[in-house]
Design a protein around this ligand. Sequence first.
Ligand code: XMP
Length: 326
Amino acid sequence: DWVMGDYIAEAVEKIRAQVGDEEVILGLSGGVDSSVAAALIHRAIGDQLTCVFVDHGLLRLNEGQMVMDMFARNLGVKVVHVDASEQFMGHLQGVTDPEAKRKIIGREFVEVFQAEAKKLTRAKWLAQGTIYPDVIESAGAKTGKATTIKSHHNVGGLPETLGLKLLEPLRELFKDEVRELGVALGLPHEMVYRHPFPGPGLGVRILGEVKREYADLLRRADAIFIEELRNTVDTASGKSWYDLTSQAFAVFLPVKSVGVMGDGRTYDYVVALRAVQTSDFMTADWAELPYGLLKRVSSRIINEVRGINRVTYDVSSKPPATIEWE
Ligand code: XMP
């Protein structure tokens, strides 16, 4: 619509005035905020923008490919794709404590990103997809108001170490405005209205030690769950169960249980499904998904993902449980 069109024109002018003919780097995560920031900045300055996409090996199924298709192929954005999964897996080996895992992933992320950023010697700006609620939240954290239950992984302090100026074109926008802007900039609706995904990715959805084998099994189970949520429409509201939930995902439990398949006995891993409804993610109710949907997801995961022979549904609300399992 024209209101958003005007907004884009204004934002584009502002970015051009700020940046001039200098170069900008942006860390693309695959999430909504960094994606919309990238699309907006690209609209404003084209090839003066280079995105760095760090793949830590803890992304969802085909996510790396999707990000590259969307930005590099469809929008013509310059994207450096860094496959750092070996490095991340290496550092996570033998680590089971949730906070320790988060810290390692956060630290490695910063390290890999910095190394790439330093190669882009002409860059003068670091762009970030900071939105208004982040600005408020970090103000709260600085005054000690926020209680840290889990250390959240984001890239604070980077511009200073890199000697770059900070470009934050979404700083004044709320999430729903960021989404509208994304759609107006031509990002796919499906991408812009995705559930949130934590920075440490599957690292906090594989309980205990992270292994590539576990991540591969979890990715496939999770993709089946999400596909069925998208394809199952609630007749009363006309909405898909994906849209009726705020966040949904599979969790890998590194315990084995006995099952039977054909005339053989199996001894394989367990997956838990988690789906919640919430308005602010501070409290959340587990979603009352239809039994038929749970049944399809369970039988598909067990039949299609060899290595998983049991599926459970998490019926814990927040508080006292958190949304993620770690
Ligand atoms: P919890 O598990 O604390 O999660 O109930 C609340 C919301 O925050 C997300 N989350 C994270 N996001 N880095 C992030 O960027 C993190 O380390 C992190 N931990 C939790 C979680 O997915 C949920 O939306």
